[in-house]
Design a protein around this ligand. Structure first.
Ligand SMILES: [Zn+2]
Length: 207
């Protein structure tokens, strides 16, 4: 079962996130392709064309990671433009979006609304508190949790919108489930099942 919503490692149990230039599909693996907000400085038409081309590949099941980050990357206005390209592409191809969001919650929600995004969207690496999470939850987004998370935020997230991930750390997805176990009051195996089921819905929900 595919459980890990976002990883930068190549694994059979997750969605491997790569930049368009690094997309090299291996048999039986699933990918998301996107331009990370940290890498938005010198994004040209060639990169955007590659993104559009690879986004259509059958092993690319989601668009991202994309998003906005006030601490790193190009000026926010440029990050927003690149993010909007991803949203338009996801909507056109009917594929969900994996979003990197650092201190840009309002902008992310506003841009999703502005573009009438109906494909599922997930904020990955969610560590923020409940106050930050609330508008994201209210907007219908999924939240993806890794080894570092705010327990109150996990508890405030509807159970059917909880995803789990390893991102770029060496932690296994079972270790992430084990870390979440006391907060959710569920056995790690049950968290893996819940997250796998939610990820399946995230990937197969249609417009
Ligand atoms: Zn990542």
């Amino acid at each position: 079962m595919i459980i890990d919503a976002h990883t930068h490692h190549l694994t059979a149990s997750g969605i491997t996130s790569v930049e368009p230039a690094n997309f090299d599909p291996q048999p039986g693996r699933l990918y998301s392709v996107g331009i990370h907000p940290w890498h938005t400085h010198d994004v040209g038409d060639d990169t955007l064309q590659l993104l559009e081309q690879y986004a259509q590949h059958p092993q690319v099941v989601a668009i991202g990671e994309t998003g906005m980050d006030t601490l790193r990357g190009a000026p926010l206005q440029r990050q927003a433009q690149v993010f909007e390209k991803h949203l338009q592409l996801a909507q056109k191809l009917n594929k969900p979006v994996i979003i990197h969001c650092v201190r840009t919650t309002q902008q992310i929600v506003a841009l999703c609304r502005h573009h009438g995004v109906t494909v599922p969207c997930a904020i990955h690496g969610m560590r923020s508190n409940e106050r930050v999470a609330k508008p994201l939850i209210d907007a219908g987004l999924y939240l993806s949790f890794g080894p570092r998370f705010n327990p109150a935020t996990v508890l405030s997230t509807p159970r059917d919108r909880i995803l789990i991930e390893t991102d770029d750390c060496d932690t296994t997805i079972l270790e992430v489930a084990t870390l979440l176990s006391p907060t959710l009051g569920l056995a790690p195996a049950d968290i893996l099942a819940l997250a796998g089921n939610n990820l399946h819905h995230f990937l197969t929900a249609t417009n």
